[in-house]
Design a protein around this ligand. Sequence first.
Ligand code: PEP
Ligand code: MN
Length: 376
Amino acid sequence: MRTVFPSPEVAPGQRPPLSARRKTSCEPSFSTQTANSLAMIIITRPDATEEQIQHIVSRIADWGLRAEVSRGEMRVVIGVIGAEDKIRQKPLGAFPGVESVMPVLKPYKLVSYEFRGTASRVKVGDVVVGSKEVVIMAGPCSVESEDQILSIAQSIRDSGAKILRGGAFKPRTSPYSFQGLGKVGLQLLAEARRESGLPIITEVMDTKDLELVAEYADCLQIGARNMQNFSLLREVGRTQLPVMLKRGMAASIKDLLMSAEYILSEGNFNVLLCERGIRTFETMTRNTLDLNAVPVLKAETHLPVVVDPTHGIGIRDFVPAMALAAVAAGADSIMIEVHNAPEFAKSDGEQSLLPKDFADLVRRVRCVAEAVGRAV
Ligand code: PEP
Ligand code: MN
């Protein structure tokens, strides 16, 4: 299995199987994971013409290198990646319209902010993450039944959520806990998408399930426990589906960026990074939500940043405070677990908000977003 290219002509939830979706012209012709890859950035002059930019891009492609064009407000940056010996021989600075050329020195090259010189926007369905708008994702931890997911989808949409979350494949600490409804859960999510109009994000835990999950999901979630499952990262990198990569509970910010690099290096730049709390010596909360990660990630990478305060603190009453703090810190999106009957939830009921509390939280998020120059 090498590629997933959701075909826009096919209705969501009825997409053709992965094996039927073959190469398209935008698929990279090679993996950038060579033994000695180098990334260079070409900064063009503010007055560079479109013709000059297209000329540079087509020469780079002729040389068998990959070019990634980013259009900032002032100028265009062209990131170039490929085998070091090939790149070093090329006169990248000699093209008309070029102001300067420099190597990306960070170990996370494609992910680094300088590779694009501007913040990326990632589209999940029709929802853009990474713009002025703070996007709210919400839904139950697990998809449990038709009634449950349809009712939650409708209520969170009415309150202002833009993306529906729900796990069909659940990574549980105990093998005896509810493991998710699998394919039936995905079908219920597709039904909830049809009814609510919200795009869906759901977890893929294993490469063997990717083909199935990709048929339904608008965004793939890679959970904290799989942040360094490199074969899974590579496989989702060979799709063009958006991927939300959650930080591992014992992973540094740099580890998270390096894991994201696996996905981008396979050609998929549609990646969201999610801070969801790390393990510390603190025992009064489920995890410690590391909001330090938000400004650090915003400075280090062009990828949008999501914060999951629900898993970050793990206690319902305290989720709203951390959600507001995440928005104040600069998160592009927040993910909140919501359940209509948390006491009966099959997973994470203790940290899920009731729909009415979620509605109240959205109102407060809107105020904080406006205070920091964003919107909901
Ligand atoms: C989840 O989102 O329900 C989940 C399992 O998250 P994490 O991987 O962050 O624990
Ligand atoms: Mn959960």
